[in-house]
Design a binder for this molecule. Structure first.
Ligand SMILES: *[C@@H]1O[C@H](CO)[C@@H](O)[C@H](O)[C@H]1NC(C)=O
Ligand SMILES: *[C@@H]1O[C@H](CO)[C@@H](O)[C@H](O)[C@H]1NC(C)=O
Ligand SMILES: *[C@@H]1O[C@H](CO)[C@@H](O)[C@H](O)[C@H]1NC(C)=O
Ligand SMILES: *[C@@H]1O[C@H](CO)[C@@H](O)[C@H](O)[C@H]1NC(C)=O
Ligand SMILES: *[C@@H]1O[C@H](CO)[C@@H](O)[C@H](O)[C@H]1NC(C)=O
Ligand SMILES: *[C@@H]1O[C@H](CO)[C@@H](O)[C@H](O)[C@H]1NC(C)=O
Ligand SMILES: *[C@@H]1O[C@H](CO)[C@@H](O)[C@H](O)[C@H]1NC(C)=O
Ligand SMILES: *[C@@H]1O[C@H](CO)[C@@H](O)[C@H](O)[C@H]1NC(C)=O
Length: 357
């Protein structure tokens, strides 16, 4: 009887503790309180040899030799490669030559294999500016030095309602190519591309907007089809302007949001039924444990050998960056790590899972 009461008390306290916000003390003695309900899985432990700024990562596996290529903001779009998802990842070069990138910085790569070659979209801009350009480079192998810059796909200036950054290529139900893009101003848009994937056709259409204040940050959009639905992911909140001594209110930092639609062009609706055009969006990944301000997400399909079934299988991998709350530079946005998780699509909504390699 006594032990049963104790057990139920313990159970109640465990359950209550789960629903309460959690506080983490970081290396510099600062305490950060994470929001309640943060039950997201930890990223795969990885090692990175010589790159401390993974931002807006895009990943793709080269089928010819099984090598993974990881593209990141910074370093004129850094190219990292590895033989295993757990690393070691090593910086092997840049997408763009340094003479191409300035003025501004090269951001937010988006890599694909189409038409028997590799495409990598990127954005050139400066922080807070609408003077932005999305460009694309192509290669037969992805190796550094093999990329040909095809130049501008789309640009924006202060007369536009959008900001031409954070590109993502996707194909709609008619197999017509589109770019999803945008950040702040009127947030997320999509525009049709020509069949060579290097020029636009038509005009941009808005697909997600946060009307709380203008501009409110929605960026890093990514479109992915699973089953009967197209999912529109984006990052919301503060990605980069904080430091350990000046953190946003909990929940105001970067986190990943999703909505879905049976059409690649929307209307996208979140899990509570709110349209993404009307400030909707279901959070699928936020700060938890040592993972702070996750965002800049993308997805790729990995092929891997499953030894328990002795066969090659496919799985979708969720790729993002986060600012570690521990380590030598807690919460410093100049240092960011690569996050990798699996995705369970069985409920019709993406649920992140721990990744095994
Ligand atoms: C953080 O929490 C620890 C443990 O509760 C406490 O000792 C420390 O003073 C706190 N640090 C700050 C900056 O509040
Ligand atoms: C990063 O490490 C790899 C091997 O681990 C090496 O080949 C490469 O030159 C290094 N790059 C830089 C920029 O240090
Ligand atoms: C954007 O470009 C316009 C015209 O080219 C210029 O007047 C403006 O200062 C630029 N803004 C920024 C933030 O670079
Ligand atoms: C914005 O539009 C005005 C009026 O059409 C034009 O004079 C100006 O050059 C445009 N600005 C840019 C940066 O294109
Ligand atoms: C792609 O097609 C457009 C429209 O036909 C053309 O203007 C552009 O030069 C082409 N780009 C490349 C890289 O082939
Ligand atoms: C919209 O902006 C508000 C205010 O910043 C924020 O609390 C909310 O999480 C945002 N919602 C989405 C879906 O981005
Ligand atoms: C291997 O396949 C089995 C059976 O489909 C599955 O349960 C297991 O999760 C797979 N292993 C990994 C590492 O995904
Ligand atoms: C974050 O790291 C950068 C690069 O090392 C450094 O310049 C900056 O001062 C650091 N910020 C803080 C708040 O420590």
């Amino acid at each position: 009887m006594y032990s049963l009461t104790l057990l139920s008390l313990l159970l109640v306290s465990v359950l209550t503790a789960e629903a309460l916000p959690t506080t983490t003390t970081t290396a510099d003695g600062l305490n950060y309180t994470f929001p309640a309900g943060a039950h997201w899985p930890d990223p795969l432990p990885i090692t990175v040899n010589n790159y401390s700024y993974i931002h807006d990562p895009s990943m793709i596996k080269r089928q010819s030799d099984g090598k993974y290529f990881l593209f990141s903001s910074g370093n004129s779009v850094g190219i990292l490669s590895t033989d295993s998802l757990s690393g070691p990842y090593a910086l092997v070069g840049s997408l763009l030559s340094n003479s191409v990138a300035p003025p501004g910085e090269a951001w937010a790569p988006d890599a694909h294999y189409e038409n028997n070659q590799f495409y990598c979209y990127y954005a050139i801009s400066t922080s807070g500016s609408q003077n932005s350009t999305i460009g694309v480079a192509t290669s037969d192998s992805m190796d550094p030095g093999t990329w040909t810059n095809q130049g501008k796909v789309l640009s924006s200036n202060t007369n536009d309602t959008y900001n031409a950054i954070d590109p993502n290529l996707f194909f709609d139900g008619n197999n017509t190519p589109y770019l999803s893009f945008g950040s702040s101003w009127d947030d997320i848009f999509q525009i049709q591309l020509t069949s060579n994937l290097s020029a636009t056709a038509g005009s941009p259409k808005q697909v997600a907007h946060n009307a709380t204040k203008n501009p409110e940050i929605e960026e890093g959009s990514f479109v992915w089809k699973n089953g009967n639905f197209y999912y529109l992911f984006f990052s919301a909140g503060d990605c980069c302007t904080f430091s350990a001594s000046n953190l946003p209110a909990p929940g105001g930092e970067y986190h990943v949001v999703v909505g879905r639609s049976e059409s690649a062009h929307g209307p996208f609706i979140d899990q509570a039924g709110v349209p993404l055009l009307q400030t909707g969006g279901t959070t699928i990944l936020g700060s938890h444990g040592r993972v702070y301000a996750p965002g800049g997400e993308s997805i790729f399909t990995d092929t891997y050998y499953n030894s328990s079934t002795s066969s090659w299988q496919e799985r979708d991998i969720f790729v993002y960056h986060y600012v570690p709350a521990d380590g030598p530079h807690p919460y410093n946005t100049s240092y960011a790590d690569l996050g990798l998780n699996g995705i369970d699509w069985s409920t019709g909504w993406p649920v992140l899972t721990e990744l095994q390699v």
